[in-house]
Design a protein around this ligand. Sequence first.
Ligand SMILES: [Zn+2]
Ligand SMILES: [Zn+2]
Ligand SMILES: [Zn+2]
Length: 342
Amino acid sequence: MSNIENENFRQDLSKDLIRQLSNIIDGNHVSRNDLKPIQFESDIFTAQFYIEWIFFSEYKDSRVAGGSYRGKRCNSISELENVTYQLDQRAKFDKELRTPFIQSLKKHGRTGILKSDQKYAINNFGEFSAQEVCQTCDGSCKTRCRSCGGNGKQRCSYCSGSGSVTQSRYNSNTRIYENYSSYCSNCGGSGNRNCSGCSGSGKVRCSNCQGHGYFIITRDIIAKAKPIYLLRTKSSLVNQELQDYLDNQSLNFIYRSIYFELHAQEASGDDKETFVYQGESVVSKQDFSVKSKVGLVPNKLAFPFINVFSFVPRICPATSNIPFNFVSIRPYKLRKFLISIL
Ligand SMILES: [Zn+2]
Ligand SMILES: [Zn+2]
Ligand SMILES: [Zn+2]
């Protein structure tokens, strides 16, 4: 771990960084030979990675018209709500419930960091169900027929509701046709017929509950843990850049770049547990100059002096190819561009 004090290691860091910068610059109106290294510095930095696990509960409901109870039966919706509340309290505050999860994360040591990128179900309380009365029919299974407005009758279309029809017959005495009024045979003279939508009952099956009058709500309640992170670096060389950069990196990147050990684990609230990982790595800074061939101001440096920071994992051996994870250029804010290329 004392690579940083080794002059060869330092030179390798510098050389590799310059090589990568040359690759980026080459062809952009600049040749790689126009890049001149100036000063190189590197330093060990320390990092504290706080991963806080928050305990809570989640539930999923399924709703079936009619249907039968599943899991544990509650006598009412309010009893189901009460059970949900009680279990949510357990998910948050029952320390025994979370012990296996905490123990397993502890056992993972430093690789626990890689496990901390998602929510986990730590206990399944199971299914609870209750009956909910259909609000549309109020449990009666039926609703008023819309075709007849609920009275079960429809106006007879044959007599237009009058109950009688006008007919004509031949009078052999007068030898003319004469009109006379007759009762409507279609509706029996009543002017109404039974509604075809409800067969005269005035009611139809409730479409909301499909005629059952109720729903069975089945609730699946699960205790869960979700992580939030906080990374704090300490570097005398380029702390702010390092911190800003790492804040935008993935958990996997942070894990690969800094050698962490699990340092402590403690309750940080009644519903929270914090894992503290401590690590070290190396940060380096390379100053360089670039001379532009097509500079807007002839015979002057297009980028006078630019600082470049590079950040490499401390654990990488000095002899192997050193992966540069991080390069930033000031004051031209080209950092993102450079990073995306690397
Ligand atoms: Zn209904
Ligand atoms: Zn009629
Ligand atoms: Zn009807």
